[in-house]
Write a protein that binds this ligand. Structure first.
Ligand code: HEC
Ligand code: HEC
Length: 352
């Protein structure tokens, strides 16, 4: 009697194992436990983000709206054709799809244009971190030889002053100032706009406790992303963006990407050899939509980029299956383009 009861239990056990095996997944209970453990682990490493709330204060709201307008303003560039959005396109998740960005008079930038969504979470701005803040970045890009190409701040500000409607818009955003159309306020307005550009995604729903927000494949990818050590660098609210690390900890990066003339990274900024080949760890939010990859745009395929990261950063040969699952997980980091990331009707030029 006892033996046969055990036998039934065993057979039931084997049967359910077979069922689980044939459907390629562990039994539902074990899966729930796995998902829960994954969620607990993920919560220790990452932080969810949510959509920015519209500013209630009218001055703050006017600043955001002015920043939006300025972001899409071509007239500040030396050739009249380049706005911020020229290289941070709404239909490319605020990147540009090029290996290296092309600016004023067709000049090529030394590096790839990252997305600016969630850039407010970055510890510093640019691949080498030579811009301290969003505002610092916005102001200096006016003078960038391959971005707007201005010789000084007065030139682009003069062009804004020549557009009648800007006087009122700047006055509303910077009330009580005598000469509000200046490069500092340009930067403050654009920074205020950029601070609204958060893109929560399915991953944030997962972090908030909805395990089903990620598919089984995405969950497997997240598990590998954590267990392999990717999350040691790509962590926090941005899934990256909060530290500087050497690209090529285990293998020189150019041996894997095949670039002929390696960029020295932060060493060129700090003039210190200890910063050789150090770059900001990029945020991986929206990464599925921002090819090509790396600071030089040398790799056009995300699976390839993931495998290169395995080799250069962790000394790991990532299998095709693991890479596919990681890429599926990275897809869960794509959020909708914020509704206000689009051009307003440009203010008309002054009548002749
Ligand atoms: C000609 C193309 C071009 C234009 C125009 C341009 N950018 Fe960029 N942007 C880039 C490139 C390239 C980088 C990376 C530069 C680097 O790291 O060396 C970048 C980086 C950034 C970053 C840092 C993102 C990060 O993850 O580090 C921000 C923020 C940004 N741009 C905002 C702006 C704003 C605001 C404007 C307008 C004031 C602007 N960009 C105009 C090409 C451009
Ligand atoms: C030791 C830190 C570190 C680890 C570990 C690490 N990364 Fe990175 N990751 C970086 C740095 C730094 C870059 C920027 C490289 C450059 O200069 O282009 C980067 C870039 C990337 C990019 C390209 C992003 C873009 O916008 O171009 C992807 C994708 C990526 N990592 C995924 C991963 C994955 C997947 C793993 C685990 C297999 C991983 N990383 C492990 C530091 C790290």
């Amino acid at each position: 009697m006892r033996a046969s009861f055990l036998g039934v239990l065993l057979r039931l056990g084997i049967f359910s194992c077979l069922v689980a095996f044939s459907s390629g997944a562990p039994p539902a209970k074990a899966q729930d436990a796995q998902s829960k453990k994954l969620l607990d682990d993920a919560k220790q490493i990452f932080k969810p983000i949510s959509v920015a709330q519209p500013a209630k204060d009218p001055v703050a709201a006017a600043r955001v709206e002015l920043g939006r307008r300025l972001f899409f303003e071509n007239r500040v560039s030396m050739d009249g054709n380049v706005s911020c959005s020229h290289c941070h396109l709404p239909d490319k998740q605020a990147s540009d799809g090029l290996p290296k960005a092309i600016g004023v008079f067709g000049k090529e930038n030394p590096r790839n244009a990252p997305t600016i969504f969630n850039a407010l979470l970055n510890v510093k701005q640019h691949w080498r971190g030579e811009r301290e803040s969003l505002e610092d970045q916005a102001e200096k890009s006016l003078l960038g030889p391959a971005s707007f190409g201005n010789p000084d701040f007065a030139t682009p500000m003069g062009k804004l002053k020549a557009v009648p409607a800007y006087a009122g818009a700047f006055a509303k955003a910077f009330p009580g100032e005598k000469d509000p159309i200046n490069s500092k306020n340009w930067a403050l307005a654009i920074g205020a706009f950029e601070r609204t550009l958060l893109t929560p995604s399915k991953f944030d729903a997962f972090l908030a406790g909805d395990a089903a927000a990620l598919s089984k494949e995405q969950q497997a990818g997240l598990r590998t992303f954590i267990d392999l050590g990717c999350a040691g660098c790509h962590e926090g609210a941005g899934v990256g963006g909060d530290s500087f690390q050497k690209f090529g900890l285990v293998v020189d990066y150019w041996k894997e990407t095949g670039v002929a003339t390696p960029d020295k990274g932060r060493a060129d900024v700090t003039k210190s050899d200890s910063d050789l080949y150090i770059f900001k760890v990029p945020s991986l939010r929206n990464v599925a939509k921002t090819a090509p990859y790396f600071h030089d745009g040398s790799i056009d395929d995300l699976t390839k980029a993931v495998k290169i990261m395995g080799k250069t950063q962790l000394g790991a040969d990532i299998s095709d299956k693991d890479a596919a699952e990681i890429v599926a997980f990275l897809g869960s980091l794509t959020g909708p383009v914020p509704a206000n990331y689009s051009a307003l009707e440009p203010y008309p030029d002054a009548p002749n």
